[in-house]
Design a protein around this ligand. Structure first.
Ligand code: PEP
Ligand code: MN
Length: 265
């Protein structure tokens, strides 16, 4: 499918065909109130596709692992109230099944799932015959072939609207960024698959809200097709990824200051 059509399907672009595509929302759904406040404030900033984690794959046990399926009716409520589209992460066929039954609009595969071909294949099998856009994050390790393999598995299941999300690659040593941007990997993906929409997730690259503007601008300068950014109405109280989330107001300000001029790679 044509790249603009895929982006339109994900973003429900309005008639002025706004570009790039911006997706925003909390790292995790926490409570009905947190979701309602955050989504309401994001809509005021012009965001129409919301992201949020329902099931959270955490690196270490005993961290907050998402509220789970109880969040799905809360999401349905905000979708109806604000007219937004909603994207959630799926990491198993059971998640896909619940997400589809709850009429989510977009699914994404997280970095800790992309890394495992068995997991990706299970998800792909559960998507056969289903027409929903799927965004595929890069694997946590800097391995372009694994990322491509995940994209191919989902494509071979018959999913027609696929996008990729660059969320950086994990490091052993502490670095400025939580996950190194290693831009040459998404740039190579883009040159191999020019029709694949490529979004950047500056939140998980940066790990710190102060760095997000710079990475978001860099992504647009490199002709990424959009951004997916974490936003929470009370970031410091967030149950996951507190340091990197922006208030909807700060996010709106950040987006307004981005220069969207595209430069050739
Ligand atoms: C997330 O989007 O909140 C998340 C867990 O992302 P990633 O898979 O990139 O770590
Ligand atoms: Mn997160």
């Amino acid at each position: 499918m044509n790249k603009d059509l895929i982006l339109k399907k994900i973003g429900d672009w309005n008639q002025d065909f706004s570009y790039p595509l911006f997706i925003a929302g909390p790292c995790s759904v926490e409570t009905p109130e947190q979701l309602d406040q955050t989504v309401g404030q994001l809509v005021e900033q012009g965001i129409s596709t919301i992201r949020a984690g329902v099931w959270k794959p955490r690196t270490r046990p005993n961290s907050f692992e998402g509220v789970g399926a109880i969040a799905l009716p809360w999401i349905q409520e905000v979708k109806a109230k604000y007219g937004v589209k909603f994207a959630i992460e799926v990491a198993s066929p059971a998640h896909v099944d619940e997400a589809l039954r709850a009429e989510m609009d977009v699914l994404w595969i997280g970095a800790r799932s992309t890394v495992n071909p068995f997991t990706v294949q299970d998800i792909a099998d559960s998507l056969k015959g289903v027409d929903i856009p799927v965004l595929i994050k890069n694997p946590i390790n800097p391995d372009l072939a694994l990322w491509i393999g995940a994209i191919e598995r989902i494509a071979q299941a018959g999913v027609s609207s696929i996008g990729a999300i660059h969320r950086g690659f994990s490091n052993f040593n502490d670095t400025k960024y939580r996950n190194s941007p290693t831009w040459q990997i998404p740039i190579e993906l883009k040159s191999l698959f020019p029709d694949l929409p490529l979004l950047c997730d500056p939140s998980h690259i940066c790990g710190n809200r102060d760095l997000i503007q710079h990475i978001a601008q860099k992504a647009l300068d490199l002709s990424f097709d959009g951004l997916i950014i974490e936003s929470h109405y009370q970031p410091d109280k967030a149950w996951s990824d507190a340091a990197q989330q922006l208030t909807p107001g700060s996010l709106g300000n950040l987006l307004q200051h981005l220069k969207t001029r595209k430069v050739a790679l």
